[in-house]
Structures are given as C-alpha cells and as structure tokens.
Design a binder for this molecule. Structure first.
Ligand SMILES: Cc1cc2nc3c(=O)[nH]c(=O)nc-3n(C[C@H](O)[C@H](O)[C@H](O)COP(=O)(O)OP(=O)(O)OC[C@H]3O[C@@H](n4cnc5c(N)ncnc54)[C@H](O)[C@@H]3O)c2cc1C
Length: 289
C-alpha cells in the first residue's frame, strides 16, 4: 500500500467449485496490493448465508487479509445476528459492513423487519456495537436510495447511521465522478464529517449492470452505453474498455483528493489490479516476483 492510498476489495461467495477456485486465485493476487480489508457479501437466503460464512472463515484462516463481514437485517432475529457477530469477533473479524438489506424478490419490494429482528440499520449498528467494538461501515447513496422520501431524508438517515457509531460510508457504485463529488459536498454541508469511500464497479457485463442499475437507482450515463455498444460478443475489448473507464474514474477522484477506494471486484483480479496500478499503487516486491 502506498503511504496515502487505501483500497479495499469486495468479494461474493461463489456457488460452485470452479467459482471458488477462481475466487481464491483472485484473493491471492490481490494480496500483493496489501488492501485495508477484503469484505464478503451476505445473501438474503439461508444457503447463501452459509456460503458467506464459509468464505469468511476461509479468508480468516487461509490469508493474512483483514476480513470484513457484510450483514443485513433481512429475515433474521436480533439474537441470530448477535450470535453471528460474536462468532466473527472470536475469530478476529474486526470490521462489519452493516446493512438493512432488501427483501427477497418473491416477497415484494418493501423491506419489512423480522418480528424479532433489527428494525433498521441504525438499530443494527447499536446492537453490533454492544457485541464488540467493531469498526462498522454503512451503505451511502450518491444518487439517493430508491426507498428514500427525498435526497435530504436519505442523507439524514446516513448521518444517523454514522452518528450511531459507524466509522465510514461506502457508496453504491456510480459512473460519473461528479455524482460522487456533489454527494460528498452535500454530505459535508449536512454535517457529516466521517469518510464516504467511493464504491467502484468495473463494468464488464454491460447488459447486466444496466439492468441492475435500473433497480438500485444508479444512473448509467449515455456515454457509457455508447462505449459498450456492439461489444456484446467481444469480451476482450469489453475488458479493455472496462479497465480504462474505471481507471479514468478513479484517477479523477484521486485528483479531487480521494484517498480511499472500495472496489467491487466481482471475484476477478485483473481489473482491480489495473485500477490500483493506475492509481500509483504497486504490488509488494516479494509477491510480485
Ligand atoms: C457497500 C454496499 C455493500 C452492500 N452489500 C450487500 C450485501 O452484502 N448483501 C445484501 O443483501 N445487500 C448489500 N447491499 C445492498 C443493500 O442491502 C441495499 O442497497 C439496501 O436496499 C439498503 O441497505 P442499507 O443498509 O444501505 O439501507 P439504509 O440506508 O439503512 O436504508 C435504505 C434507505 O431507506 C431509507 N430508510 C431506511 N430506514 C430508514 C429509517 N429508519 N428512517 C428513514 N429512512 C430510512 C433511507 O432513505 C435509506 O437510505 C450493499 C450495498 C452497499 C452500498
């Protein structure tokens, strides 16, 4: 890690053996960049939760990475979450990405707390901090979360999460630097003095990202559609375009004083490596040899 830049990587639990093999290769490669932490996402269903726990356990046992656990309030009691957090703390996990989560698609679109569950992220943070002195990160939405009644209310909710004890925010992905920079200004104006770390998504599968973005409220700019147009059957060019786009975004953020980046790796190393290189980070020599 260079003196000034901090990068963290997000991975997700794969569903099969070949995905797992690819994941550990990715994790190994990313180790040379000495990330601040590697976080493991958390699913809404029971099976996917078991997979998250398994990957997190292995991350702690097999690597020297600082591991961070994502957790959501969806479909879980307070006691279950507290027990999970107690287990993580015993294993040496010090960081949690605390989230409200989304209901499974089959159960409608509105979040309903479990009858014995945490009612929202603020309550979740309070509960987790009673279990152990975790460093907690929370989600932040430069383009406003779709459930928010207004951009101001959304920012107010983010402030409440940070005031409750979360240490920093990590943003939903965005593709225009201005989107993040304007959000950062609005956050400061709203009295938020904790870091808001940009979440960076290098796009390789444009069609899938466009579909997901429509649901989560992230804008896919017109220039980006044009960049990826006609490349559906050309994975190699898509990867090059993805790398240059993400590198340009991160470099612009760096020139605006951003020193921390959270990269949604999609379990692949090469684009994250390219971004870090472009930012000026170099792998540790021993690992690079
Ligand atoms: C960095 C990051 C990592 C993620 N990882 C995962 C993951 O591992 N697993 C997963 O399932 N999902 C994950 N998500 C997605 C996340 O679960 C969804 O975006 C979800 O819809 C919101 O979760 P949140 O904790 O950010 O919500 P919150 O910010 O707590 O709530 C969402 C919005 O609803 C409104 N709101 C909620 N509660 C209140 C309240 N009490 N009062 C007023 N307004 C309120 C606010 O406008 C708020 O912005 C991640 C998102 C991010 C940004």
């Amino acid at each position: 890690m260079t003196d000034q830049l901090h990068v963290s990587f997000e991975i997700f639990p794969p569903t099969d053996d070949s995905g797992e093999h690819a994941l550990w290769k990715t994790v190994e490669r990313l180790a040379s960049l000495d990330p601040a932490f590697v976080s493991v996402t958390y699913g809404a269903g029971g099976t996917s939760r078991k997979r998250s726990t398994k990957i997190l356990d292995q991350l702690v046992r097999r690597t020297s990475h600082e591991a961070a656990a994502h957790v959501t309030c969806v479909g879980t009691t307070r006691e279950e979450i507290n027990a999970l957090a107690r287990g993580w703390s015993k294993k040496g996990v010090k960081r949690i990405i605390a989230l409200r989560g989304d209901p499974p698609a089959a159960r409608g679109t509105r979040f309903e707390p479990h009858p014995s569950g945490y009612s929202d992220t603020v309550a979740l943070i309070r509960g987790l901090l009673r279990v152990a002195e975790f460093e907690i990160a929370v989600g932040a939405y430069p383009e406003t979360h779709p459930d928010a009644t207004s951009p101001e209310a959304d920012l107010d909710h983010l402030k409440r999460k940070l005031d409750e004890g979360a240490a920093f925010g990590i943003t939903q992905y965005f593709f225009d630097a201005e989107t993040y920079l304007r959000f950062r200004d609005r956050a400061v104006a709203a009295g938020i003095d904790k870091p808001i770390v940009p979440g960076i998504l290098p796009v390789t599968n444009f069609a899938r990202v466009a579909e997901f973005s429509a649901r989560c409220g992230a804008t896919v700019p017109y220039w980006m559609r044009e960049l990826f147009e006609g490349l559906d059957d050309d994975a190699e060019t898509r990867r090059l375009v993805a790398a240059s786009t993400a590198c340009e975004l991160c470099n612009r953020l760096k020139t605006e004083g951003v020193t921390r980046f959270h990269i949604y790796t999609l379990n692949r190393a090469e684009l994250s490596m390219a971004i870090c290189r472009r930012l000026g980070m170099r792998p540790r020599l021993a690992d690079a040899a």
